[in-house]
Design a binder for this molecule. Structure first.
Ligand code: ZN
Length: 144
């Protein structure tokens, strides 16, 4: 079990939507979510049975518009955890601290090209967005 806590200059809603985007960009599964918390399950690999990473965000007590964010992970099978829980927490926290820049530098399988400039609409909330975005800028759901 590993926990990191940081102050992040975004609202709790933004932090949680960002957390979901980071999870999707890494192929992690978003599970239970509330207004204050998102739970994601990281991938199962040769070295790890996967684990649950929990991102909790509350309004920062002294900095308006900021959040106090806690990222916790627990390996499902501790015995097979080769220190991976640490890196998943660090990956998530680094992404949250970097914000959308992290997502734009994350590897993508989608080729850029002919559809640049066209618009599409979010199936979840109906927001309009450019074809090349992978996540709805309004609700954070995958854009296709
Ligand atoms: Zn949306």
């Amino acid at each position: 079990m590993k926990t990191r806590q940081e102050a992040i200059p975004r609202t709790p809603i933004d932090v949680l939507s960002l957390a979901k985007q980071i999870a999707s960009s890494r192929g992690w599964k978003v599970g239970r979510q509330t207004e204050m918390e998102v739970e994601v399950t990281t991938g199962i690999s040769m070295r790890s049975m996967g684990e649950t990473v929990r991102v909790a965000a509350v309004a920062h007590p002294t900095i308006p518009g900021s959040s106090l964010v806690t990222v916790t992970s627990s390996a499902r099978l501790q015995v097979y955890d080769f220190g991976k829980s640490e890196s998943d927490v660090d990956v998530m926290m680094a992404g949250l601290l970097q914000g959308p820049r992290y997502l734009s530098t994350a590897p993508t399988v989608r080729p850029a090209g002919s559809t640049v400039g066209a618009r599409k609409f979010c199936a979840n909330c109906g927001a309009s967005m450019t074809m090349k975005v992978r996540f709805c800028p309004s609700c954070g759901q995958p854009a296709d």
